[in-house]
Design a protein around this ligand. Sequence first.
Ligand SMILES: Cc1cc2nc3c(=O)[nH]c(=O)nc-3n(C[C@H](O)[C@H](O)[C@H](O)COP(=O)(O)O)c2cc1C
Length: 198
Amino acid sequence: MNVIDAMETCTAMRYFKPDPVPKEELEKLIYAATRASNPGNSQGWEFLIIDDPAIKGPVGETVLQGMAPFFANRPQGQDGVEERMLQGAEHLARTFAEVPAWIVCMARQVYPPHDPQESFMHSTIYPAAQNLIVAARELGIGTCFTTFPGAAEPQIRQLCNIPDDLHLFVYVAVGYPAKEFRPVRRKPVAEVLTWNRY
Ligand SMILES: Cc1cc2nc3c(=O)[nH]c(=O)nc-3n(C[C@H](O)[C@H](O)[C@H](O)COP(=O)(O)O)c2cc1C
């Protein structure tokens, strides 16, 4: 699959088969992530893979407790597509512990070296995370960026013994897809591109 095809069909996957993703495949995703552009080549990223049920179980329960009020009052999607997305997001949160692996994308505040800024952590981690999901698509692995597990961050830090200077940004659900990859629905280029002057 060429990289444009992978990007075009790299939809957020929220339903997974129970099959584990082999360690070598997960490490390929981290390899792809760590090929990304980053500020001054400071490479202030780090990745934590969580596939241990003894961690996923309790974190999943905390996520569910935190999200229960939202699920109870969840608004209807504005159309079928949005409703399916909301249902998928709820399913993913409810099945946190059953997702084969979670990749926590983290960064350290290290750039620029003379005066490290928080904003550069975002600039570091998001290109890497995007590389990761496109590489996964090429390998036939589904992924979904999430932020909702942030509700359980203190517990994740404690269970996984995460050093204090690592900041947690995005949690990527990873597994073999139980639904089809579809073309992403995005604005046409003509709507977002200007040449030279507005
Ligand atoms: C930073 C970030 C956070 C996201 N958080 C969540 C999330 O918590 N739960 C979820 O189901 N999807 C999450 N998503 C996925 C988006 O909802 C999804 O990419 C968007 O709806 C477009 O859908 P598509 O990628 O399938 O085309 C997140 C995406 C990004 C970039």
